[in-house]
Design a protein around this ligand. Structure first.
Ligand SMILES: N[C@@H](CCC(=O)N[C@@H](CS)C(=O)NCC(=O)O)C(=O)O
Length: 429
């Protein structure tokens, strides 16, 4: 236990030499959103592929190709581009792809766009991941994924009365049950049996977004309602490839509305309760010994259980905040000087599982940051959750205004998440 917030140099010392602190991402080791080069033990001269994807590591169509490269261990470079709703699209990218759409792939000097074509070209060049995109077993599954996607959009993004909402929900559940039947037909945990394949990668991005958004906007817990889909997620979460690309409920629920042209909340008590928990914790969002609907990975250490400094997820969160400390301080509504002590207090609580109180009047500034952690752009799911928890725990102890909130999260754009100011702290490779 410490009785005062640690200084910046004390905090820096806790992550000295930690690769997470340098910000370069790892060209070797587990999949991570920061890396600009992935080698899988091969020399840099062997790289034939550049993946153009978004800075936020959020674009669902990019996630498919990204996961494919990681699963197949094909060396690749990453060039990151800003999506329209977060900021200005880079002019060099508009010259390359005039529509500005992501993803794009450079394969042996040839540019490929459209995520499905990207997978097809990758299969041609490097071999397929299980049955490929044109396999007779995969084609109907690709079709099913689009039907499920459409039913989700109908439910989430169209304004219904309560009867229409129930009907759209039933439609969605029918297609989710069809996915379950497809999983059951081959015994699971993956769509074509025991091995993960291309068909699974086609489903991953949107089923992940369905799981998050339906909990938040409809109070619907996909994994609880559909045990085969839950087993599928559990099997995915065993893989470091998937975990490196996985986002969290909070990020998805607030990044989807500008992308989808709005999301409609059901307004029921269940829905509002879950939405409040996703926004403000405590996380996981269900009480007691109910399984965590967000992730099946074991939960991180509880406060008081051992030393937080030994918890790698907390260290990752600390390292990532320290890397961007100057920009985070400048951009906070409390201003750099006003946010310095509150942020150090929350980071001390993160590392030591202490309960130091927030300085008076700082809860809003702490929650402002809590709401702007982007997973996996900034850090993986469990690190993000610990950091959100530490910021929230600290804010609640604000003696002046414990309910203080940050600036509202915009829902027509996410310019508050513009990556540009943070890029100087990230080395090119
Ligand atoms: N059919 C395309 C769709 C790609 C797409 O919709 N990409 C979105 C991001 S999810 C995009 O780049 N939008 C432009 C932007 O947001 O900047 C594909 O499969 O690749």
């Amino acid at each position: 236990m410490v009785s005062a917030a640690l200084s910046w140099s004390d905090l820096e010392a806790l992550v000295e030499g930690d690769p997470e602190r340098s910000g370069s991402g790892r060209s070797e080791g587990p999949c991570n959103a920061q890396a600009r080069l992935r080698l899988f033990g091969q020399p840099e001269s062997s790289v034939r592929v550049t993946l153009y994807r978004d800075h936020h590591a959020w674009c669902p169509y990019c996630q498919k190709g990204w996961l494919w490269l990681e699963e197949q261990r094909v060396p690749y470079r990453v060039e990151k581009v800003t999506m329209f709703c977060y900021g200005e699209k880079e002019s060099w990218y508009k010259q390359l792809v005039p529509s500005g759409m992501l993803p794009a792939l450079d394969l042996d000097g040839r540019l490929v766009t459209e995520s499905d074509r990207i997978l097809e070209e990758l299969e041609r060049a490097f071999g397929s991941l299980g049955p490929g995109m044109a396999d007779p077993a995969v084609l109907p599954l690709r079709h099913l994924e689009r039907l499920l996607f459409r039913a989700w959009c109908q439910w989430l993004c169209v304004a219904h009365g309560s009867r229409g909402d129930a009907q759209a929900g039933e439609q969605f559940q029918q297609w989710a049950s069809a996915m379950e039947q497809a999983l059951a037909a081959n015994g699971g945990p993956f769509l074509l049996g025991a091995e993960l394949g291309t068909a699974d990668l086609v489903f991953v991005p949107y089923v992940e977004r369905m799981n998050a958004s339906l909990a938040y906007y409809k109070g619907y817990l996909l994994r609880q309602k559909h045990p085969w889909i839950d087993r599928w997620f559990q099997a995915l979460e065993q893989r470091s490839t998937y975990r490196g690309t996985q986002s969290d409920f909070h990020t998805h629920c607030h990044d989807l509305p500008p992308q989808m042209g709005g999301c409609h909340a059901k307004g029921s008590e269940d829905q509002r309760r879950l939405a409040a928990r996703i926004n403000g914790g405590p996380w996981p969002i269900l009480d007691g010994d109910q399984p965590d609907p967000e992730t099946s990975e074991p939960p991180p250490l509880a406060p008081g259980e051992g030393q937080r400094t030994r918890n790698p997820a907390a260290r990752t969160a600390l390292a990532r905040v320290l890397r961007h400390r100057q920009v985070l301080l400048q951009r906070n509504p409390l201003g750099a000087a006003g946010f310095d002590l509150p942020l150090r207090t929350a980071l001390t609580n993160l590392i030591n599982s202490d309960c130091l109180a927030a300085p008076a009047g700082s809860a809003g500034g702490l929650r402002h940051l809590r709401d702007r952690i982007s997973v996996p752009r900034d850090m993986p799911l469990h690190a993000g959750r610990l950091l959100r928890q530490a910021l929230e725990r600290t804010a609640r102890l604000d003696p002046l205004n414990p309910a203080g909130q940050g600036e509202p999260i915009p829902d027509r754009h996410r310019r508050d998440q513009d990556p540009q100011p943070f890029l100087q702290a990230i080395p090119k490779v």
